[in-house]
Design a protein around this ligand. Structure first.
Ligand code: 3HC
Length: 698
């Protein structure tokens, strides 16, 4: 800058002729933390009182324009000046102020831009108001200023979806005034000159009257309540936008109140835990070391998992060699991959040309020898140890030195698989979740001998596939399936003891699950669980454990496998599924045989038992080191098991109950079944110390 003036660590100003520049430099994403707010206020006051500039241009250093308020400050005592006050001062400036947006202007960042008198997007920039994704709403004028600039429908769409709007679309809607090419500072000078020349018009948003349509608001509100019956912030978003017909000052007051209401909800805390958790799982030394190349991947098995994994790799631009034993199986695999990619085309996520180019990255073979040159092989065949061992012995002979040999097993012992090779350090588990090209979780299972760079490559793969990689140690079921295996039992016990399957489903859907467990069973096929239980019976059940599978066994033995046979826990004719009345008969018969007098459970009691069971095993998974930290368990459940994001995850939710209360509950349940309900030591200790799972995350 010709004349530079450092206001504080993150804000500087300068003059270039008649143009004043304010630069925000607060890595990594220029969030409006206290120093940015204070610096902006001081910079504006200084430039206005000096009165030399004909225009003030605000731009950012680094990778992006301001990406929002500093989320880390939320839930802590507010520090002056408030963002809203700073933005009102900018809007009220007698000198026109413009904002130069590069990267992403999100949340409070875009609200900063909205308070200026013209918005110039650098090519490739995006704008958005993603607060709703954090359980909030735009709290610094976004709900009032965007409808004034771009109309009600567009504002509601942007605010309720939280989506990032490309500069071109934003320009077409008046959400930015111009798109220009260049470096942010150069664009600031060019655009500033245009303001001086009168070719870039400026205006004060507060003087614009918002277009208003009560019907649009009412319809949107009804739609929001139907789509997200659990969520508070989308309703509050609409409530705030509905105030945009008031004078700006008044509307801002309504917005502020709605914002505070949201800030005080556990949903906000849960969603922000999810935001940071998604990033925290790979923010560990194991994920960061050197990694091996991932230029070509082999997949063994063209079933649902193998095809899904292949689709995910191909979509990420990685060439795949798919190997199957029989031609029909290979053909079916290729057909599934093609169908998956076609699905992306029909949803508008991929162009037809891109689909063709993506499919061209796929090669196939009936011979394992075709895997000789790949960097990583992912085996996705039947869950039978003997078959896996056979495959890994072959891979050990065929694959080049340094190639990584991975198993997609969902519960088998990775150490045993590694032991059949002469390179156990190159072996790990990569547990994908079905459908593997959609579900974002990837459990990265570290064997006893897995090398550090192999684990780091697992994380690299997750990042390349845009998945959330979570480190897990070897045990039966790793993090997710081990916990699932435990709490699934309580669902059966609830039904045996008095609840109906529909009551259990309704209670858990009320808690936030997209689908109750019995509906999920019907969808997945009740024959699968049946076969698993038969296998477990053959291996020998634990006599101390109450066997809960009787009802499910009898249902499957009728040939009622759920949706695919039209009947399971529910009956699937045309229209919404209705409870299968014959199931009630089976349940009654089993209760009579076992001498059970049915109890009645409230929805809350059902949720409490289900969640306490889940939390108990999750606590043990943390206690024995299968998961590194509680947040890892939480992210496994959010990204692999459809746990409601607004609850943050099972262990975040556990903290909202408190360890002491959980111990009390388990001890009370243990009076009925002391084998199943045992207090994990870690929980007992936390109850005694008054600590939380969150304390273990730091
Ligand atoms: N506050 C604090 N830290 C933030 C942040 C924010 N608003 N946004 C991102 N970060 C941090 C991340 O936690 C990460 O930290 P780490 O390196 O220690 O893990 C770092 O910045 C980089 O972020 P990403 O890894 O996510 O980087 P990407 O380049 O992938 O994505 C992004 C950048 C698109 C800006 C993405 O970070 C993002 O979506 N951020 C959140 C944006 C948002 O929700 N803004 C609204 C905030 S609420 C608000 O503004 C209220 C207002 O209305 C009053």
């Amino acid at each position: 800058m010709a004349e530079a003036n450092r206001i504080n660590d993150v804000i500087s100003t300068g003059m270039e002729g008649d143009i004043a520049l304010i630069c925000i430099d607060n890595p990594p994403v220029n969030a409006t933390g206290q120093a940015v707010r204070a610096g902006l206020k001081e910079a504006m006051e200084g430039l206005v009182s000096e009165g030399r500039a004909k225009v003030i241009a605000i731009y950012c250093a680094g990778r992006t324009f301001v990406a929002g308020a500093d989320i880390r400050e939320f839930g802590k005592p507010p520090q002056a000046p408030g963002l809203g006050d700073v933005l009102s001062a900018i809007e009220g400036s007698p000198i026109p102020v413009i904002s130069i947006i590069h990267g992403t202007a999100l949340g409070g960042g875009y609200e900063l831009a909205l308070s200026t008198h013209a918005r110039v997007a650098v090519e490739g920039a995006r704008i958005g108001l993603p607060e709703v994704l954090l359980g909030l709403l735009p709290g610094a004028g976004g709900t009032q200023r965007l409808p004034r600039l771009s109309g009600l429908a567009f504002a509601l769409d942007v605010i309720l979806s939280g989506r990032q709007v490309p500069a071109k679309e934003a320009a077409a809607k008046g959400a930015v005034d111009k798109v220009m090419a260049g470096e942010p500072r150069d664009v600031a000078l060019k655009a500033g000159q245009e303001v001086i020349d009168g070719t870039l018009p400026t205006r004060r948003t507060d003087l614009i009257e918002a277009e208003y349509d009560r019907k649009v608001i009412d319809d949107t509100l009804a739609g929001v309540k139907k789509k997200n019956p659990h969520l508070i912030s989308p309703v509050k978003c609409v409530e705030a936008v509905a105030a945009c017909n008031l004078p700006l000052e008044e509307g801002l007051k309504v917005e502020r109140q709605c914002f505070i209401d949201c800030m005080n909800t556990p949903q906000r805390a849960g969603l922000i835990h999810a935001f940071f958790g998604e990033r925290a799982v790979s923010n560990i030394p194991e994920a960061k070391g050197d990694h091996r190349p991932l230029n070509k991947i082999g997949v063994i098995g063209g079933g649902t998992m193998g095809s899904g994994i292949s689709t995910a790799c191909l979509t990420a631009g990685i060439p795949v060699m798919l190997v199957e034993v029989k031609q029909e199986a290979l053909d079916r695999g290729v057909a599934t991959i093609t169908k998956n990619l076609d699905g992306a085309v029909s949803r508008g996520k991929m162009s037809a040309d891109k689909r063709d180019a993506t499919l061209a990255l796929l090669s196939t073979s009936l011979e394992m020898e075709a895997l000789a040159d790949v960097d990583l092989v992912i085996e996705a065949v039947f869950e039978k140890m003997e078959i896996k061992k056979e495959i890994f012995e072959k891979l050990d002979r065929i694959c080049k030195p340094g190639a990584i040999l991975a198993s997609n097993t969902s519960y088998l012992d990775v150490n045993q698989i590694a032991a059949v090779t002469k390179r156990p350090e190159d072996v790990l588990g990569l547990h994908f979740f079905s459908p593997a090209h959609v579900m974002r979780l990837l459990e990265i299972v570290q064997g006893e001998k897995t090398a550090a760079d192999v684990v780091a490559t697992g994380f690299r793969l997750a990042a390349n596939l845009k998945k959330v990689g979570v480190l897990a140690q070897v045990c039966d079921g790793f993090i997710g399936n081990r916990i699932l295996g435990h709490y699934s039992k309580v669902i059966a016990y609830l039904v045996l003891d008095g609840a109906s399957p529909q009551q259990v489903d309704d209670a858990l859907e009320g808690f936030g699950l997209a689908m109750g467990p019995h509906k999920v069973g019907d969808l997945a096929g009740l024959d699968i669980g049946y076969m698993n239980r038969q296998r477990m019976k053959e291996e020998g059940l634990n006599p101390a454990e109450r066997y809960g599978g009787v009802v499910a066994d009898r249902i499957a033995e009728q040939g009622w496998y759920g949706r695919k046979t039209g009947k399971g826990y529910y009956v699937y004719d045309a229209g919404a599924p209705v409870p299968n009345e014959d199931v009630a008969g089976i349940i009654d018969a089993v209760r009579a045989e076992q001498g059970i007098t049915p109890k009645s459970f409230t929805e809350q009691e059902i949720v409490d038992r289900y969640m306490t069971a889940m939390i108990s095993e999750a606590a043990r998974v943390v206690e024995d080191g299968t998961a590194k930290r509680p947040v890892d368990v939480d992210m496994v459940f959010l990204f692999g098991y459809g746990f409601p994001r607004f609850r943050g995850g099972p262990l975040h939710y556990a903290d909202t109950i408190g360890a002491a209360e959980l111990v009390k509950r388990i001890e009370a349940y243990a009076k009925e079944d002391a084998h199943y309900w045992q207090v994990p030591e870690i929980l007992r200790k936390m109850a005694a110390d008054g600590t939380t799972f969150a304390d273990l995350n730091s």
